[in-house]
Design a protein around this ligand. Structure first.
Ligand code: PLP
Length: 297
């Protein structure tokens, strides 16, 4: 069964030419992890890489994971499972629903089982209850969270060493990606300042999460750009995305990367950066998320 767990991927770095950046003498580059794969996208591939290698090493053939109905992680896991020869099962949070994300997951062969919010909270218990006797089953936490995920995200820094950046920006859900970036910077002894834009309300809790995964991480969190919470939007965010996408040809979406670029835009307006600063933004992919929001534009 064992299929080589690697694929050549393409994640170029390209400049974004916008007058708003040039007016403040800023160079902004984009690391295009959205180009890695249409469905095993962005940071979800980074997070799955070592997790799947571990599963394969332990000769597990069945990936069991967890997420909300719009989870990019579920879709990435479903597609990766199909690609690398695993079976996959997802416990989906909440009432039974259908949407394009879950339809794609099922198309890739994932079994989707809905589970009420109370029971969903205790994932190790769910895994034990339903798969405890299945020696083939392999537990992957919600969002791909775990030490293997951090290791995969740290590799992003290995790919950006041609240039020295003053600042790196990324969107934060669980904080795993930014924790990995922090470890990567430490490994290469780079002084680059890391910035996270939490997409959930009350994002300060992430400092503790990040510290657990990457002790001594030096991360600035810009917590005021959540627009009311996870997957919440406001007209000014949608208008901003509309302009950005039309001006750059780079697709961003309202759940993660739209909030990220909105935050960067506002900070630039507020003269947050020294002139001549070099900024790298990480596009973490997840573009299928826009399928649930298209009607709002
Ligand atoms: C999952 C996801 C994130 C959040 O990553 P964390 O490692 O949980 O902080 C950011 N951007 C996109 C597009 C995602 O799908």
């Amino acid at each position: 069964m064992s299929i080589m767990l690697s694929f050549d991927f393409f994640s170029p770095i390209e400049p974004i030419h916008l007058a708003h950046y040039a007016d403040k003498q800023l160079t902004v580059h984009l690391k295009r992890d959205d180009c890695i794969h249409p469905f095993i996208s962005g940071n979800k591939w980074r997070k799955l890489k070592y997790t799947l290698m571990d599963a394969q090493k332990k000769q597990k053939t069945h990936l069991v994971t967890f997420g909300g109905p719009w989870s990019n992680h579920l879709l990435a896991t479903a597609c990766a499972a199909a690609k690398f020869g695993f079976k996959s099962t997802a416990y989906v949070r909440g009432e039974a629903v259908n949407n394009p994300n879950l339809q794609l997951c099922k198309l890739f062969g994932m079994s989707c089982i809905f589970i009420n919010r109370m029971a969903y909270r205790d994932k190790p218990h769910l895994f034990q209850a339903y798969h405890g006797s299945d020696t083939q089953a392999y537990f992957i936490d919600e969002g791909g969270f775990g030490p293997e995920a951090v290791k995969g995200c740290a590799e992003i820094i290995d790919e950006i060493l041609q240039e020295t950046y003053d600042h790196i920006f990324c969107a934060c859900g669980t904080g795993t990606t930014i924790a990995g970036l922090s470890l990567g910077l430490k490994k290469h002894r780079l002084p680059t300042q890391l910035h996270g834009v939490p997409v959930l309300a009350g994002g300060d809790f992430l400092h503790a999460e990040i510290a657990q995964l990457a002790p001594q991480a030096r991360v600035i969190l810009h917590t005021e750009f959540h627009f009311g919470g996870y997957a919440k939007t406001k007209p000014e965010l949608l208008t901003f995305i509309q302009h950005f996408v039309a001006q750059t040809g780079i697709l961003i979406e309202p759940v993660y990367t739209g909030k990220l670029f909105y935050a960067l835009h506002q900070l630039i307006t507020q003269q947050y950066f020294e002139p001549n600063s070099k900024i790298l933004v990480l596009h973490t992919g997840g573009l299928t998320g826009i399928l649930g929001k298209l009607d709002e534009f």
